[in-house]
Design a binder for this molecule. Structure first.
Ligand code: H2B
Length: 93
């Protein structure tokens, strides 16, 4: 196993360092709203570049100026430290 799935306590501790993220259906989830589609897509592009650098990829959902992100580690079968790390990076964009 490359990276372990975190326990609920570990996820809660990690989420205390984040704002606006929730665990929904076993994934770290956050919704973002932008001025328009160009702003939303620009943000998603930055997320994609950060994700590719980490070799850890988000689930991205976009409708016009709304972006929803889900983070989960397929290799771990749940939320791992990589999801918390990517969430931190996304919030720093
Ligand atoms: C081979 C490659 O490194 C793996 O498949 C990586 C790629 N990106 C990934 N992204 C996510 N979200 N979960 C993974 O388990 C994962 N695994």
């Amino acid at each position: 196993m490359a990276i372990p799935k975190l326990t609920n306590d570990q996820i809660s501790a990690g989420m205390a360092q984040l704002a606006g993220w929730a665990v929904i259906d076993g994934k770290l989830h956050k919704a973002f709203k932008f001025k328009d589609f160009v702003e939303a897509f620009g943000f998603m592009t930055k997320v994609a570049i950060a994700a590719e650098k980490m070799d850890h990829h988000p689930e991205l959902y976009n409708v016009y100026n709304n972006v929803k992100i889900d983070l989960v580690t397929h290799d771990a079968g749940g939320i791992s430290a990589l999801d918390l790390e990517l969430a931190q990076k996304i919030d720093g964009l």
